[in-house]
Design a protein around this ligand. Sequence first.
Ligand code: 5GP
Length: 197
Amino acid sequence: MVLPNNITLKQGKLIIFSAPSGAGKTTIVKHLLGKYPDKIAFSISATTRTQRGQEVNNHDYYFISTPSFLHKVAKHEFVEFEEVYAGTFYGTLKSEIERIWATGKHVIFDIDVEGGLRLKKKFEQNALAIFVQPPSIEVLQQRLVGRGTDSKEKLAERFAKAEKELSYAPQFDTVLNNFDLEIACKQAEDLLLEFLG
Ligand code: 5GP
């Protein structure tokens, strides 16, 4: 497996969960990590956003400053990155994928829709890209409001992005309906096991 700066990695697989915020992908990813800790490990993204609620640095995200993020961009340290919201960057470090593959595990991602598609394009058949489909845009909006973690402005930004992202579903390998969380988790297990073989 050759990454853009020609680092050769011990090859593993990538399981990508993408969806608009509030579709339930984080819950599904956490479920899989709890069930298969010896097979998969979570790709910790770097971000410039501020830490929220119970989040832990170096566990949920690598929380870094904007200058530090941009320095890493200039040094081509990211396999993909994006300004997900105006002024707020998120990205996957090449070193993160290397770190996990070196342990003999596969990498599982909780990543936005465009980032997910970029990873799929890069890793092709070594990646399974799953789009988590919420029951409706209304339910999605209710969930985001219910979280109580975002300001009105941030919520409006997340709603607008979510509407656009829902239209990307057909570009994924699989669409996983999250109308019932228990069923969705079971289907995610089946998809994972089938892909890992
Ligand atoms: P949140 O601020 O809610 O943690 O994340 C906002 C969005 O950024 C979510 O859709 C999340 O999946 C996405 N995200 C997290 N890490 C990455 C990453 O490394 N790259 C990209 N493109 N998006 C990410």
